[in-house]
Design a protein around this ligand. Structure first.
Ligand SMILES: NC(=O)c1ccc[n+]([C@@H]2O[C@H](COP(=O)([O-])OP(=O)(O)OC[C@H]3O[C@@H](n4cnc5c(N)ncnc54)[C@H](OP(=O)(O)O)[C@@H]3O)[C@@H](O)[C@H]2O)c1
Length: 262
């Protein structure tokens, strides 16, 4: 749980401080976003299972700024029942919330001729149900505050069902759709919802993936995401060329698409 004392300095009218939660912040894109948001002055609650990684990241950020800007919370997103109490605890530690990022995700490919419910179950639990467990109370809070920003890490992989990793495709398609629905509900309350669709990003997630291309560093993805947050954008492809590639991919007729092995 919360391991860094003292708590961050409170926002005051003369010194406003934005506060963010990143779920899935121990490594990869989440850790890169934490470093960038700390540079932008955010106070951060960083959540993931790998507590030592989180502690190291918080120590790095807090040493860099010589004050508490990041607090670690060990959390498994599949422990849905713990979310409401943990959210309340973080709100009390940070003194409020301006930005919520759901970044946690796993990819468990199955062989082209294999079917594996256990892997599919874990994928949906982490990538989709964990997101819903957090997004519901956060959306309710931002709606009543009439302010706030929500960011969800989806993927270009959510735009078509492909042969290599059906449950990952399905989890990201459902997450993108859910985020769009949240945007449509919350925009009238002044709450922005950003859906992020990265291509290949150089993290542990793709280290064993064959046939990757246009791979970008995690920090480049984080830079694009932070810019999109500042501009209150609704959808981001990173790198940007994926928007046009996916426009074409979405329109490939099924009779052709089903013959492609990727
Ligand atoms: N890398 C890519 O090419 C790529 C492309 C498109 C989209 N994405 C998406 O971008 C997001 C970040 O991916 P990444 O590439 O940075 O992957 P990563 O390096 O493997 O990081 C995944 C993060 O999710 C956290 N996480 C996983 N399962 C969790 C659980 N049960 N409870 C709490 N946290 C959990 C991990 O923390 P712990 O292990 O410490 O729990 C870690 O911080 C994911 O949603 C992914 O689907 C990635």
């Amino acid at each position: 749980m919360s391991d860094t004392k003292p708590l961050p300095p409170r926002a005051t009218p003369l010194q406003p401080r934005r506060r963010a939660i990143i779920v899935g912040a121990s490594i990869g894109i989440g850790a890169a976003m934490a470093r960038r948001l700390a540079l932008e002055g955010y106070t951060l609650a960083l959540l993931a299972r790998q507590e030592e990684m989180l502690r190291g990241l918080c120590a790095e950020i807090n040493t860099q700024f010589n004050e508490t800007r990041a607090i670690a919370y060990a959390h498994d997103v599949t422990d849905y029942d713990s979310v409401p109490a943990l959210l309340q605890r973080i709100l009390s530690d940070l003194g409020g919330l301006d930005l919520f990022i759901y970044n946690a995700g796993i990819s468990l490919p199955v062989g082209l001729k294999k079917f594996d419910f256990e892997k599919d179950h874990r994928t949906i639990e982490t990538n989709l149900l964990g997101a819903l467990a957090w997004l519901n109370p956060v959306a309710a809070m931002f709606q009543s505050l009439r302010s706030g920003q929500i960011v969800g890490l989806s993927s270009v992989a959510g735009e078509r069902g492909r042969v290599g990793n059906p449950a990952y495709n399905a989890s990201k398609a459902a997450l993108s759709c859910y985020l769009e629905a949240l945007r449509n509900r919350l925009s009238r309350y002044g709450v922005n919802v950003l859906t992020v669709k990265p291509g290949f990003v150089d993290t542990a997630m793709i280290k064993d993936t064959k046939g990757t291309f246009w791979v970008i560093p995690a920090d480049q993805a984080a830079k694009d995401i932070c810019r999109a947050i500042r501009k209150r954008r609704q959808e981001l492809y990173t790198p940007a060329r994926w928007r046009w590639v996916m426009f074409i991919v979405r329109n490939i007729p099924s009779v052709i698409f089903r013959r492609l092995i990727f």
